[in-house]
Design a protein around this ligand. Structure first.
Ligand code: NAD
Ligand code: ZN
Length: 338
């Protein structure tokens, strides 16, 4: 399956196909210096598959985990490019999850003011979510995604076969973003989760999720308005993620929990819970509603007037932006816990 992101001169293709990792060189020029950025969790065989297609491939393997989205690792990646004489005509290829994609993408955006960026996402989350949108970033002083750039790739090649080696919980984690896409914009996608086998339909699930994000991003590339609907589940999800800082919930799991109170119909909420159960996503968590609301108030999303914008789903396939007072938010958050 192929999707073309239409962003004028920054247009690019996203290929979602089993086995595409072996054919990246047929889709984009790898016959140059290519910095292949991956991490220690990415199976070596994928790195070999890519290097075999590169004219002059330079592998950089970072320690796995969010900590690699740091200024120090960013410097290392750029340093490797200087050391190997990378010029403006060369390329950076990300081979891994969102961590590798965000870091490598930012390195590509900034090295010599921008070299070609090729993204080969290998986690469910990165195939479903971060392969579209052009956001790249690193963390700084403990704050996530503080420094980065909007930078579009030259090509995204997502090979669903690579998900076979992903630990089950990471596989499921990324699906939460696809469930989100279904709830806010694609009834058929949501129903697919209810009735079909997820592994058998993974290509379709990735594709439909990306189509949803594509439609939104093409209309609002730099997140000035409409793109805010993609934050469905995230305002509360981020608060849960932070409150759970020392716990062990993944991003997608927090988003899954964060979506529930923002679903207005109890009947739809029940259906969503049933899907979570089928997939293995958490559907209930005990949290302190006041502490969560306090976090949201402090988070950048709370305006000077004390109002917060949240995304709510009035019914399946629809999203709406709501400006709420803290009291209104508290009531929703507390009710959603039950
Ligand atoms: N740019 C965006 O639009 C965007 C969107 C969402 C998330 N993100 C970022 O993405 C990051 C999270 O991404 P993630 O969930 O992919 O995490 P991740 O990149 O840390 O990958 C999860 C783990 O899976 C391992 N792994 C990767 N591919 C594998 C494979 N095929 N087989 C076995 N193991 C494999 C990795 O080594 C890592 O340990 C966060 O930093 C988040 O901020 C960015
Ligand atoms: Zn997310």
């Amino acid at each position: 399956m192929k999707l073309t992101m239409r962003l004028g001169v920054r247009s690019y293709d996203i290929i979602i196909k089993r086995g595409v990792l072996k054919r990246v060189g047929q889709l984009v020029n790898l016959n140059r210096r290519v910095l292949v950025v991956s991490d220690t969790g990415v199976p070596k065989k994928y790195i070999k598959t890519i290097l075999a297609q590169c004219g002059q491939g330079v592998p950089v393997v970072l320690p796995q985990g969010e900590e690699s989205k740091s200024l120090a690792r960013y410097g290392e990646v750029l340093g490797a490019m200087v050391e190997h004489g990378f010029t403006r005509g060369d390329a950076v290829l990300a081979l891994g999850g969102g961590v590798v994609g965000d870091l490598a993408g930012f390195a590509a955006a900034s090295y010599m003011r921008g070299v070609a960026f090729i993204n080969c996402p290998t986690t469910t989350l990165s195939q479903i979510d971060s392969s579209i949108g052009g956001k790249t970033a690193i963390n700084l002083n403990g704050v996530k995604n503080t420094v980065g750039a909007f930078y579009q790739p030259a090509l995204v090649a997502a090979d669903p076969d690579t998900l076979k080696t992903l630990p089950e919980r990471h596989f499921v984690n990324g699906l939460a973003e696809a469930v989100k896409a279904g709830i806010i914009a694609d009834e058929a996608l949501f129903e697919l989760f209810e009735t079909e086998d997820v592994c058998e339909n993974i290509e379709e699930i990735i594709y439909r999720s990306l189509v949803m994000k594509k439609n939104v991003v093409e209309q609002d590339e730099r997140e000035s308005g409409l793109r805010a609907v993609l934050n469905f589940g995230h305002t509360l999800g981020h608060a849960i993620e932070s409150a759970n800082h020392l716990g062990d919930l993944y991003h997608g799991e927090c988003v899954a929990l964060g979506m529930l109170p923002m679903i207005e119909q109890p009947s739809l909420r029940r259906r969503v819970r049933a899907v979570y159960k089928k997939l293995g996503l958490p559907s209930r968590i005990r949290y302190d509603g006041d502490a969560i609301c306090e976090f949201i108030r402090h988070d950048k999303k709370a305006g000077a007037d004390g109002m917060v914008t949240v995304v709510r789903a009035p019914r399946l396939g629809e999203a709406r932006l709501d400006r709420l007072t803290m009291d209104e938010l508290r009531a929703i958050v507390k009710e959603g816990v039950r």
